[in-house]
Design a binder for this molecule. Structure first.
Ligand code: ADP
Ligand code: MG
Length: 469
């Protein structure tokens, strides 16, 4: 029997080892002792309540896979939480997988509540062995610098170089979605981890922090939770806007924040808006956020977008012609994540259809993506609609010809592109045969004048604009 449980558990470990990073494996799976196997129920012994919660929060999928492989789909897991080592009388805490944990239901009434009070002994562990939840691919090396991120990046680097010792504590990075907040703070974390072996760096999203906190309350493990966080050397909390209106979580965070700050530990935060716009955040917490430095990330300009794309493609080992890159950089200017999404689709398209990535494929892909998400008007649709309306071709709109019957539709198309897409004047000019931005300004001016002076122009434009909601 004992042999069987050991065999089953070893099989589980094999599976888990393949999924989980080595450090996490050593920290969270080595200490587990397989106790027994009854039917399809495997009972494992874990050192503390907090340990059990961490497993369920972070490794539930790995555990499920392991059970599938070792016992089968009906395999179940029970935890036995130790209070005193070797105390056989502790009853196992039964939790069925893969249901989401609901500790109140999961804890049988007859379990001694003291069982849940065993503190998580962080100080006995080597900080290197603790998982930081950092993604090693996020680095300074592949974080392209531009006007849009210069301050944030250099402050980030200063903090990474001397964690807790600069005036940038906390360092708050804010900016819209997909502009590189997570990348930057993870790069800081990775840098510190690689250069300061004794520092325990922890990356956590505010959402996860909140959930851990709520679970800790439910299972009476608040002390473990707080103690754990208070021993972190570099705490990175992503997307703090999520803490808005969560008063209890803010309170505990305030407490942890103060403790870390007073002990000279580094705190790094991100938010999708500037601190002053974080409504529903307690003033005392807000004022803490303002102690250090708050730096924003802006939408990258054209040159930075091109550089970012080149870097990504290089990392993927894919070659794309410069004119395609330029086209994409002119067409996608919302944020870096969308830009990356376009590259990925493009590569997928190219490999599916066994085509070279050329300008045509880029245009086609872009159209599909934008049509799919249904949220934006593309320059291509504007040009097609206007060309059809005036009975000319898209090529005519882009051509050099100064014929009157072409100049007017071209100006109208530029005007509508300005109104209905969020492209810059420079990018609009680019899409009209490489004209410069002053030509676009002039076109818009002409159309405005005509709208004011001629009823039929006004009517035509209103009608055309109506096609693009
Ligand atoms: P956020 O957290 O602000 O929503 P992310 O950090 O997740 O944004 O960035 C979205 C994507 O864009 C990531 O894949 C990231 O690597 C990439 N990215 C953002 N800014 C840059 C940059 N300056 N250089 C290189 N890649 C970037
Ligand atoms: Mg992010």
């Amino acid at each position: 029997m004992q042999r069987e449980v050991t065999t089953v558990w070893n099989r589980c470990l094999q599976v888990i080892r393949e999924i989980v990073p080595e450090q996490s494996f050593n920290t969270w799976f080595e200490p587990i002792v397989p106790l027994r196997l009854q039917g399809n129920v495997l009972t494992i012994q874990v050192p503390s309540q907090f340990f059990y919660e961490w497993l369920e929060d972070n490794f539930i999928h790995a555990l499920r896979k392991a059970l599938d492989a070792s016992i089968g789909r009906d395999g179940q897991l029970e935890y036995s939480i130790i209070v005193d080592q070797g105390n056989e009388r502790n009853r196992p805490l039964a939790v069925q997988m893969p249901t989401t944990r609901t500790p109140q239901n999961a804890r049988p009434d007859n379990v001694n509540p003291n069982i849940l009070k065993s503190p998580f002994q962080l100080k006995d562990l080597d900080s290197l062995a603790l998982d930081s939840y950092l993604n090693p691919t996020y680095a300074f090396d592949n974080y392209i610098e531009g006007d849009c991120n210069r301050l944030a990046r250099s402050a980030g680097f200063a903090v990474a170089d001397r964690p807790g010792l600069t005036a940038f504590n906390p360092l708050m990075i804010h900016g819209g979605v997909g502009l590189g907040k997570t990348h930057l703070v993870q790069a800081i974390g990775n840098y510190i981890k690689n250069n300061f072996a004794d520092k325990f760096v922890l990356y956590v999203t505010s959402e996860k922090f909140t959930n851990q906190f709520l679970n800790a309350i439910k299972s009476d493990a608040l002390r473990d939770f707080t103690q754990f966080y208070m021993q972190v050397d570099v705490l990175i909390i992503d997307d703090v806007q999520f803490l808005q209106k969560k008063e209890k979580t803010q309170e505990i965070f305030f407490h942890i924040f103060n403790h870390l700050h007073q002990s000279g530990k580094q705190i790094i935060l991100t938010s999708d808006r500037a601190p002053r716009n974080l409504d529903g955040l307690e003033d005392r917490l807000l004022s803490r956020f303002k102690w250090g430095l708050s730096a924003d990330l802006q939408t990258p300009d054209l040159e930075t977008r091109i550089a970012i794309m080149q870097k990504k493609l290089q990392a993927e080992g894919v070659y794309i012609d410069d004119n395609v890159i330029e086209y994409l950089a002119h067409s996608v200017n919302t944020n870096v994540r969308e830009l990356e999404g376009v590259i990925v689709s493009l590569m997928a398209q190219a490999s599916l259809t066994r085509r070279e990535i050329d300008l045509d494929l880029a245009k086609q892909t872009l159209r599909n993506i934008v049509v799919d998400s249904g949220k934006e008007v593309t320059i291509d649709t504007v040009q097609e609609m206007v060309a059809e309306f005036y009975n000319v071709t898209v090529a005519d709109l882009k051509a050099k010809s100064r014929k009157r019957e072409l100049v007017y539709p071209r100006q109208v198309a530029m005007y509508i592109a300005k109104e209905k897409t969020d492209l810059s004047l420079k990018s609009i000019g680019y899409h009209f045969g490489g004209r410069d931005h002053s030509t676009v300004i002039h076109a818009i001016q002409c159309v405005n004048d005509m709208i004011a002076e001629k009823a039929d122009t006004k009517e035509a434009i209103t009608k055309l604009m109506g096609y693009f909601k």
